[in-house]
Write a protein that binds this ligand. Structure first.
Ligand code: A3P
Length: 347
């Protein structure tokens, strides 16, 4: 009997010790696993705006409260914007670049892309790969707006397309970056460029006299004059194709960006792997401006056209000069069409 009771007591003790050990083991596992700890810590600290932004990404609509993505002119969340403290958004290097061309319609394209909830774009031109490369990638990254996972970060600097060093430098940042070039008839582009020069430097010589070696009567085109040189698209593109496959580049039809912004935006969104969210319902044609404008730009509920430096009146150019420039550009344009596999129809 006594022997049996003793055995019973030992079994109870053993079971008690075993249960205690299991409780200790469970507690240890729970507390030593960082996943558990961060999970419990994270739940109460999810920022409501992060949830709102994720909702916005999934259900992109016009009616998202605009202060959730308020940015300053550089595209960086402004000091008063609560999204600046959104812990899920980080500054990343761009995955897409609008590399050119100057006066092609690059500002319009960037503003249109910024309507997309999966695009975060720097507002001003960083000029990193052409002018400020020695400032380093960390500096460049710091110029980017914060973005959530899945959002595409981008910037536009039209000078990159014609800068000799840019292709190699962009490639060393990323082999996979997507490149967009807005192209426009090189003659109209040159006149647009010249109109900008005149607006900054009144009294400058005429377009005709700057375009030809012996003034307006000359036959030889002054192809080194920057407004004409930039329009040698095939020549500039050659340098990019030494680093990037043509499939990684998209050429936006600058003229169609004006006549059919939604149609061009559909192609650009496809190229960037984005859902087609920017559509014709975002645009209206403003008769006074003579250009498509936005019904509701990013961060505002008011209709908005681009500023007065976009869509300037062009000076009247002599027909003979236009004819000579058409002859000059013709072989360059044809070579460009061949390289990109698309005929832009410039005369
Ligand atoms: P013009 O001023 O010669 O008309 P960029 O932004 O690359 O400097 O290009 C400026 C050009 O963008 C303008 O040249 C204009 O033709 C073109 N553009 C395209 N869409 C536009 C829009 N919706 N509003 C104003 N300009 C637009």
């Amino acid at each position: 009997m006594a022997k049996g009771r003793c055995f019973q007591l030992d079994t109870k003790k053993l079971l008690f010790i075993l249960s205690l050990a299991m409780v200790c083991l469970s507690l240890y596992t729970l507390l030593s696993d960082p996943g558990h700890v961060s999970y419990w810590n994270a739940v109460p600290s999810v920022h409501p705006l992060a949830v709102a932004q994720l909702y916005h990404k999934k259900n992109a609509s016009y009616d998202m409260p605009t202060n959730a993505s308020r940015t300053d002119s550089s595209g960086t969340p402004d000091a008063t914007s609560t999204i600046a403290t959104d812990w899920t958004a980080t500054k990343r290097l761009p995955q897409a670049l609008i590399i050119g061309v100057k006066k092609g319609g690059t500002r319009a394209l960037l503003e249109f892309l910024r309507l997309h909830p999966d695009v975060r774009a720097a507002g001003s031109e960083p000029h990193f790969f052409d002018r400020h490369y020695n400032r380093g990638l960390d500096w460049y990254r710091s110029l980017m707006p914060k973005a959530l996972d899945g959002q595409i970060v981008m910037e536009k600097t039209p000078r990159y397309f014609v800068s000799a060093d840019s292709p190699a430098r962009v490639h060393s940042m990323s082999h996979e970056v997507k490149l967009i070039v807005v192209v426009r008839d090189p003659i109209t582009r040159a006149i647009s460029d010249y109109a900008q020069i005149v607006s900054k430097t009144p009294g400058v010589a005429s377009f005709e006299s700057l375009s030809f070696r012996n003034g307006s009567a000359g036959m030889e085109v002054n192809s080194q004059w920057s407004p004409l040189w930039i329009g040698l698209y095939a020549q500039h593109l050659e340098r990019w194709l030494a680093y990037f496959p043509a499939a990684q580049m998209y050429f936006v039809h600058g003229e169609r960006l004006v006549t059919d912004p939604a149609g061009e935006m559909a192609h650009v969104q496809d190229f960037l792997g984005l859902e087609r969210i920017v559509t014709d319902k975002h645009f209206y044609f403003n008769q006074t401006k003579g250009f498509p404008c936005l019904k509701k730009p990013e961060g505002s509920s008011q209709p908005h056209c681009l500023g007065s430096t976009k869509g300037r009146a062009h000076p009247q150019i002599q027909q003979e000069a236009i004819r000579k420039l058409s002859v000059f550009y013709r072989p360059h344009n044809l070579r460009f069409y061949e390289m990109v596999g698309k005929d832009f129809g410039w005369q």
